[in-house]
Design a protein around this ligand. Sequence first.
Ligand code: UGA
Length: 438
Amino acid sequence: MTVIASKCPDYKVTVVDISEEKIKAWNSSNLPIFEPGLLERVLKARGKNLFFSAEIDRCIDEADIIFVAVNTPTKTFGEGAGKAIDLQFIEQTARRIKENAKSKKIVVEKSTISVRAAETMASILHAGNNSVQFEILSNPEFMAEGTGIRDLENPDRVLIGSRNTPSGLAARDVLMDIYLHWVPEERLITTNLWSSELSKLATNAFLAQRVSSINTIAAICEVTEADVTEVSRAVGMDSRIGSKFLNAGPGFGGSCFRKDILNMVYLCEHYQLNKIAAFWEQVVSFNDYQMESYVKRILQAMFNTLVGKKLAIFGFAFKPDTGDTRDAPAIYICKRLLEEKACLKITDPHALDNAMKDLQGMKGVDFIEDPYRAVEGAHGIALITEWASYKKLDYQKIFDAMEKPAFIFDGRNHLDHKALYEIGFNVYPVGKSALKHL
Ligand code: UGA
């Protein structure tokens, strides 16, 4: 919404939330999320054509277009638990819109929901003898965290799904007018509602599948002396495949990939497409295996015991340039290392507050801002998130502060392995042979 406000000075954008605390933060200089470039843009537009308010009912009534961007987590209870999307917030929002709308509205699904979820919204909005006209559009979001502003300002495509009726197409054109302020027309794609909803799930599923695919290749590399960086370069230069999203790692994380694939699995099961459900479910279960493999590699390298050993964890966020730790591989990996009775010193430039919440009540873990302090007396370093700042550290100084033999498990192939080996580290990359002095 900040990008829309900054690109469309002729529109007034008001963001509402049921959390007054969040709205307060959005109205301050301490925004509730860390995203490069966001604060500058908020400060520029706020108070001019961008507003943050907790007065939801009034703002619903005043708006012509309402973007619904509420959270749609995986259901944790009842039918579909662990797979289906919990639609309670979508439903509550639809009811609130219906109660407060006195004039015609275009309601835009921004949240990622299941295929045919627009139907649920429509049923609620059109129920009873309400004379207000609602038109529902699907406009899924493809931006990624950490690069959110760049992705929004220069999107590969903007997708708008609508009903193929005169009022559906008219509403679609109203939304297109907004994006046409900065997105070239050829990048605007229009489809029917269901294609748009499914395209969102399919895109995340394909991306996650690529990550899992390269991680399977990394496992083969580790036993055959092939090098996953070389293989991924060779594979990615095939223009039919492309080079992005081919970095091996400790497994994918984030609030979307797992949730969206499992949602698609649930959808397939619902339609008795069981083989297809199993195909996609394998992407998620392989990812669990990948996180466990990273832990096993640490355990085996460190003489099959971590009891009482200190491990510095470099990075807890699910990816760099965000403080978000939802579904971060670090959560699983750290819990497993703690089970092995290791002592963890976790460091991260932006995610320590969330890390503390994720590991609340667990013994044997400290959260330390300064990586140099985190490594004091450590037996090993596990790099889980590829923050740029980790490349710039003085690894000789780090080596000197550690117990020997000193181990480094570069879960992202982020550091200069040869240089680390020459300093004296035993280096364990992903998808490459280890460099060991042992
Ligand atoms: C993802 C999609 O990339 C966005 O297009 C989508 O809009 C978003 O989900 C969403 O549905 O909201 P995001 O979860 O922010 O974005 O992050 P990604 O950049 O996709 O990374 C996901 C995970 O895959 C991270 O843990 C990352 O470290 C991992 N990854 C990514 C790899 O391990 N290797 C790669 O080559 C790429």
